[in-house]
Design a protein around this ligand. Structure first.
Ligand code: SF4
Ligand code: SF4
Length: 167
C-alpha cells in the first residue's frame, strides 16, 4: 500500500511506534520515514543518541526510544516532515502531539481545528496548545496539539483556518 499510495498502513505505523510502556513514560519521537533516500539531518539534529548513527546515508533512521527525551529538536530538521513527538502521559483523555507544519495560515493557540489522518481526511477536532515558529526552524513550524486518546494514532496533520471547528 505504501509504495502505491504513499500512505503507510496501520502495520507500517505500528512498526515505527515505541511500546505502550515507553509511550506512557513521557514525550518520545515517532519517525515515519519509509523511503531509502540519501538523507540524515534527523541524526545530526539529535545530540543525545535518540537517532542512531547511520551506517550508510541511505539507511532508514533507527531510533533508541530509551535515549530520546522528546525534546522536539529533530522535527524541523526533516525535509520530509516525517518526524513528530508524542506525549501520551500528558492527560488521561488527551495525547499531546508536536507535529511539523509548513502551511499558512498558521493555527492560533487555544483554537479547535480539524485533525487530519495520513490521507488528509478529518478524524476529530484537536486543540492547538502552541505554535513554535523561530528563525532556526527555517519555516518548518512545530504545532503542539491536544488529541483525544481514542484517535491519536490516526492523526498526522491539521487544517488551520477553520473558524467553525469546535470541540
Ligand atoms: S526528540 Fe530530541 S531526543 Fe528525541 S530523537 Fe528528536 S532530537 Fe533526539
Ligand atoms: S531527516 Fe527525515 S527524511 Fe531524512 S532520514 Fe531523517 S526522518 Fe528520513
Amino acid at each position: 500500500m505504501l509504495k502505491i499510495s504513499g500512505v503507510p498502513s496501520n502495520k507500517d505505523i505500528d512498526q515505527v511506534f515505541p511500546s505502550q510502556e515507553r509511550l506512557e513514560k513521557g514525550p518520545v519521537v515517532i519517525v515515519e520515514c519509509f523511503e531509502t533516500i540519501p538523507c540524515n539531518p534527523c541524526y545530526t539534529a539529535c545530540h543525545v543518541g535518540g537517532i542512531q548513527a547511520f551506517k550508510d546515508i541511505t539507511d532508514l533512521p533507527t531510533i533508541d526510544f530509551e535515549k530520546c527525551n522528546g525534546c522536539t529538536m529533530c522535527i524541523s530538521s526533516c525535509p520530509g516532515l516525517a518526524i513528530m513527538v508524542i506525549d501520551y502521559s500528558y492527560h488521561k483523555d488527551y495525547v499531546k502531539m508536536m507535529i511539523p507544519y509548513e502551511f499558512y495560515p498558521l493555527p492560533k493557540e487555544g483554537e479547535w481545528i480539524k485533525g487530519l489522518d495520513r490521507r488528509g481526511a478529518e478524524v476529530v477536532k484537536v486543540k492547538v496548545l502552541s505554535v513554535k515558529n523561530t528563525k532556526y526552524q527555517d519555516k518548518t513550524q512545530v504545532i503542539t496539539i491536544a488529541v483525544p486518546k481514542a484517535h491519536y494514532k490516526k492523526i498526522r496533520n491539521i487544517e488551520a483556518g477553520d473558524s467553525n471547528a469546535k470541540s
